[in-house]
Design a protein around this ligand. Structure first.
Ligand code: ADP
Length: 261
């Protein structure tokens, strides 16, 4: 249709003048929509060929003679295919989360259960190479979308592990505070220089892309976290010191928190 979308800003100058700026953002929104749809379609289409590749690679690997010169290239190909699969998966999650503008916040997410799941996942990732510490305040639940909250928390935990040298400590907490409830992940990892912090939630932004590539990331994790938190009226806070470690946290506001007696 020819409905236009306007963005209007009103600014006050002193106490007698107002400045009103109207901008037609119809085209920008259309382009944004096209970009999202394109990304969603492409990632969806990539899933099947990748699954086929992965399947044949597995088969070839199981048939290869243990001392043949194919063993190493096959393992590498399989590793890279797996990476591509996880990137496609992340792209799909991101486009779904970007799309879901009004999610149902009526549903109660059992945070004690969620924290248990996250703990098991963290243990599997950490494989005894890290000191893990989990604290979950009992009976403290959040309203919202379980998949999105889980995705947000789990991205923060896997980042903490990936950007911390083995032997480090990862602390995960869910507890109440005056303004709601806070979820936080603290690591004793490499830390992040201040000039990068503001940009980490941008799609594909990485402090050190060569290193992140080695650690197996896609550069989409924190973008997913940002959108998931937006839907829960919350935002990501990052505090970090290079060489000491980082804390990633978010506060779910009081009106979405439920306390069981
Ligand atoms: P990636 O897949 O590259 O990890 P993310 O969006 O999850 O993508 O994170 C973006 C970047 O933020 C990472 O590449 C890394 O440079 C930085 N980062 C994220 N979490 C941490 C952390 N716990 N410690 C240090 N750097 C981090």
């Amino acid at each position: 249709s020819d409905r236009r979308l306007l963005e209007i800003r009103i600014m006050a100058y002193g106490d007698r003048q107002l400045l009103l700026i109207a901008r037609d953002i119809t085209r920008i929104r259309q382009l944004e929509g096209m970009r999202k749809e394109f990304v969603a379609n492409v990632s969806h289409e990539l899933k099947t060929p990748l699954t086929v590749l992965q399947g044949y690679l597995e088969m070839m690997q199981s048939m290869a003679e243990p001392d043949s010169m194919n063993v190493k290239p096959l393992a590498l190909m399989q590793q890279q295919t797996r990476r591509m699969q996880s990137m496609v998966e992340q792209l799909l999650i991101l486009s779904r989360i970007e799309d879901a503008a009004d999610i149902n916040l009526e549903h109660t997410v059992n945070m004690t259960q969620l924290m248990e799941v996250l703990k098991e996942e963290a243990k599997a990732l950490a494989q005894d190479r890290y000191e893990l510490s989990f604290y979950c305040e009992p009976g403290l639940d959040s309203h919202g979308n379980e998949l999105q909250l889980r995705s947000a928390c789990s991205n923060l935990i896997s980042n903490a592990i990936r950007y911390t040298e083995p032997g480090g400590k990862i602390t995960v907490q869910w507890r109440s505070m005056a303004t709601g409830a806070i979820f936080s992940v603290t690591d004793t990892g490499e830390g992040i220089a201040p000039q990068h912090i503001g940009r980490l939630t941008e799609r594909f932004y990485r402090v050190d892309s060569a290193r992140s590539r080695q650690t197996g990331g896609s550069g989409l994790g924190l973008a997913i976290v940002k959108h998931a938190l937006n839907h829960h009226h919350s935002e990501l806070k990052i505090s970090s010191e290079v060489g000491k470690g980082s804390t990633f946290s978010f506060v779910i506001p009081l009106h979405l928190i439920e306390r069981k007696k």
